[in-house]
Design a protein around this ligand. Structure first.
Ligand SMILES: [Fe+2]
Ligand SMILES: [Fe+2]
Length: 408
């Protein structure tokens, strides 16, 4: 097969990206496109607005939602340590084993997936002129030809740029016509006008309350911001889409609540983002990790991921801050004598934007000005659920409710 590869930040994906994919598919040069949302590319290590998993899943939902055939989204950059240079990504992606397994996992027939493939790196004609300054351009051309999109009205001298690349590096360069408009992700987020963002991406952005004041992370230190991005990438291998996005949403909301209630924003962001990090580990492993943080306090299957999460964050990420670890540990149950940070993460977990298990409007509203009352309302909802399921609350939860005046 002839396979086009299209990398980018997609922060957010917009109609220009979609036009690029569709025009490349129509060009006749390729049979399918593999889209690669960046993790740590050479130009913007931490400059993206959103950490990698949001951009990956937004792209997946968009391609699915628009029903674009022969277009697959790849997470290959999650398996690459350090900066994901194009040459490095291509060497991995074009290996026989990787591409075969990837295509088969995207429902391409085995026989087709095992054929000899030819690869094309898709790019805008404007970047063709700078290609020779990229990291190891000669190596890129060993793995793939270049497929440059020519926009209507584009006055780039594509022929000259292509001739220079052929002469200096000996690669193959093809040019195709791009039918579509010119737009930029940074202009969309700067203006707040999302009219050029495809509908499925708009829904995704709305569901997770992205590109809002909370996700701008103002007042967060550079170190915490980098940790948030790195931890989001690290958790990708341990959590499915829904839970990973949930736990990151809790990070954003916790940071916001820390602002409202005068608590350390950096710690809230990190504790919130990591609170469910251990939830999809094998139960035996969770139990063993939970024991290492809280002894025999938590043994019930639904609860152990909390204290296991504290151990996981401590041992795998080197987090030693007891306030952060305790906020992770008690996010499910609460406890007596909770710190403000613990209350924030407990609350954010139950009401982050994508949660919709009940009408959360009143709690969300209260959470903007009265932390204890919002925690009380949340605990009351949890208690009702337990009663309806005939389950008993954990003694530490009873202690929290007692302190909040919910039981005598
Ligand atoms: Fe949890
Ligand atoms: Fe959670």
């Amino acid at each position: 097969m002839k396979i086009g590869i299209y990398g980018g930040s997609f922060d957010p994906v917009h109609n220009g990206h979609i036009a690029m994919i569709k025009s490349a598919l129509k060009s006749g040069f390729i049979d399918c496109v593999i889209v690669i949302p960046s993790v740590r590319n050479n130009f913007k290590l931490y400059a993206n607005k959103l950490p990698p998993p949001y951009r990956l899943y937004m792209m997946k939902e968009t391609i699915d939602g628009l029903g674009i055939k022969n277009c697959y989204v790849s997470d290959i950059e999650y398996g690459i340590e350090g900066v994901s240079y194009t040459a490095v990504v291509l060497s991995k992606l074009t290996s026989d084993e990787y591409i075969r397994d990837f295509l088969i996992s995207n429902d391409v027939k085995k026989k087709k997936a095992e054929e000899h493939h030819e690869f094309f790196w898709i790019m805008g004609s404007d970047t063709l002129g700078t290609f020779e300054t990229w990291y190891k351009p000669g190596e890129i051309l060993k793995y793939a030809s270049l497929l440059a999109a020519m926009r209507p009205g584009d006055d780039t001298d594509v022929d000259k740029a292509a001739a220079s690349i052929r002469k200096n590096l000996g690669g193959k360069v093809e040019v195709f016509r791009l039918d579509g408009i010119c737009c930029s992700s940074s202009e969309i987020t700067r203006s707040g006008d999302f009219s050029l963002v495809p509908e499925p991406a708009c829904e995704f952005i709305k569901r997770h309350a992205l590109y809002t004041e909370n996700t701008r992370l103002e007042g967060i230190s550079d170190t915490a911001r980098k940790q948030f991005f790195d931890y989001a990438t690290w958790m990708y291998k341990y959590l499915g889409a829904k839970r990973l996005l949930h736990t990151l949403n809790v990070g954003y909301l916790s940071a916001h609540l820390a602002d409202v209630f005068g608590c350390d924003k950096d710690k809230a962001l990190i504790a919130g983002a990591l609170h469910d990090c251990a939830k999809e580990l094998p139960v035996d492993q969770q139990l063993e990790m939970a024991k290492r943080y809280t002894g025999d306090l938590f043994t019930e299957k639904k609860i152990i991921h909390s204290s296991a999460g504290a151990t996981f964050a401590k041992e795998e990420l080197g987090i030693e801050d007891k306030e952060i670890l305790d906020a992770i540990c008690y996010h499910t149950t609460g406890r007596g004598g909770m710190s403000v940070l613990e209350k924030i993460v407990y609350l954010a977990d139950k009401i982050e934007p994508s949660r919709n298990y009940m009408d959360l409007g009143p709690i969300r509203e209260t959470a903007e000005h009265d932390l204890d009352e919002a925690v009380r309302m949340t605990a009351a909802a949890v208690r009702n659920k337990f009663i309806s399921q005939g389950r008993e609350m954990h003694p530490v939860t009873m202690a929290m409710m007692s302190e909040l005046g919910m039981i005598n």
